[in-house]
Design a protein around this ligand. Structure first.
Ligand SMILES: [Zn+2]
Ligand SMILES: [Zn+2]
Length: 256
């Protein structure tokens, strides 16, 4: 069984065809998917979507690319994290690619999420883009190593991967690792130990080869696993088993 550790199937492109999305997951043996929150306004709808499905889970958090949304307090996050379906805090982090300084609000929001993660005992889902130094600095200052979690849709260097793993974080690869242009990232994927690796789609975006440019969905996570197996010289089954095992170890609130 494969697991998609990070998707956004509550976004309209996928939510409007949810039955088909779930059927394709079954066809490709993708047994579970974690539907990741990006803001508080959409969170109730996300919960409504995952609630009836025993193999779908949720997170709670506000993405760094949303400047003008309700800012959650630590308590807001803790209250929602108590729901049995909520297994992680995020996605949170820093993104200096999409938005320009002043971004003090983004850094403060990130700190709030790390505190909520530590207090709830739920792992963090971290998004970082063009901001790896500040991301790692804030993780260290807020003792994110006590929370642990995952650096999702990883596109950074091996040095950043090592620093994150040293703070109890897993490294999650998306369809980007299948792109021809991603040779540096492929080298990182070769080096990340199997026991610290997760796979994800980040759908509806970033469909893996051979679906690049098309609408992405959780069933396509098998193509990420295939690419990582090829890079590491392993069987797809070995990557499938390890990444699924890692998923359940990290998101330990999920009862198998
Ligand atoms: Zn992200
Ligand atoms: Zn995401």
């Amino acid at each position: 069984m494969f697991v998609d550790s990070h998707c956004h199937i509550n976004f309209p492109e996928l939510a409007q065809n949810l039955d088909e999305v779930l059927a394709k997951m079954r066809q490709n043996q993708v047994g579970h998917a974690l539907v990741v929150s990006v803001n508080m306004d959409d969170w109730p709808g996300l919960m409504e979507l995952v609630r009836p499905h025993p193999h779908l889970f949720a997170s709670v958090g506000v993405h760094p690319d949303y400047p003008d949304v309700v800012e959650p307090s630590v308590q807001d996050l803790l209250d929602r994290a108590a729901d049995p379906k909520v297994v992680a805090i995020g996605e949170t982090g820093l993104d200096y690619f999409r938005l320009q300084e002043p971004l003090d609000w983004q850094r403060e929001r990130f700190r709030i999420h790390i505190r909520a993660s530590r207090q709830s005992g739920l792992p963090l889902i971290i998004h970082t883009r063009s901001a790896s130094k500040d991301t790692l600095d804030i993780m260290a200052q807020e003792h994110a190593e006590h929370a642990g979690g995952v650096m999702h849709c990883f596109t950074e260097s091996w040095d950043v991967a090592q620093a994150a793993m040293a703070m109890n974080f897993y490294i999650s690869f998306s369809g980007i690792v299948t792109f021809k242009s991603a040779s540096d990232l492929q080298e990182v994927a070769r080096r990340v130990p199997l026991e610290r690796l997760l796979i994800e789609t980040d759908s509806p975006y970033l469909a893996p080869v051979p679906y690049r440019g098309k609408l992405n969905h959780p069933a396509l996570v098998v193509h990420v696993a295939e690419k990582i197996a090829e890079l590491k010289g392993l069987s797809v089954k070995e990557v499938e088993e390890a990444s699924t095992e890692n998923f359940f170890r990290l998101f330990s609130k999920i009862k198998r």
